[in-house]
Design a protein around this ligand. Sequence first.
Ligand SMILES: [Zn+2]
Ligand SMILES: [Zn+2]
Length: 178
Amino acid sequence: MDFFEKLTETFAKNSKEFADKAKDYAEVAKLHTKINAANTKINESLITLGKAYYDAHKNDGNTEFEAIFEEIHKAHLTIRKCQEEIQKIKNIKICEKCGEEVSADATYCSHCGAKLKTTDKKEKSDDVVEEAEVNQAQETKASDLEEEAEKKTVICPSCGQELDADAEFCTKCGSSMK
Ligand SMILES: [Zn+2]
Ligand SMILES: [Zn+2]
């Protein structure tokens, strides 16, 4: 074998090895993707399992997982408090029947016509609010007002209440707008 033959042979061998390596890498990457998908599946199932366990045992008290239960309970309270804050800022309440947002002073849900719980008139809070929070609230209010100005309205034929054009029920007297 002369020098050039040897060189060609080496080159061929190297490129075959290189191709094999590339194939291996592709195979490994594919397997990693499969592992990740399987891990996602496990995590989803664990969440489902955890939720089922939580719902079944949240009222048991003194369980093995009391600390975790407490964490979840606290997080739920935080969520509810934030939602109430949002409702206050946006001057809305949530219909208990259909879950839609309705104006805080509505007597009937504009989406499903259900009679709504009356909420106390917005009270002026005496709490000292951080300036940043106030500014944020005002910004929200301003964008809400812009939104409102663009909204088309209709008048309830039964009671004369002004309603959003897409309201299906009058928020004041509950009569159907269809
Ligand atoms: Zn409703
Ligand atoms: Zn009406």
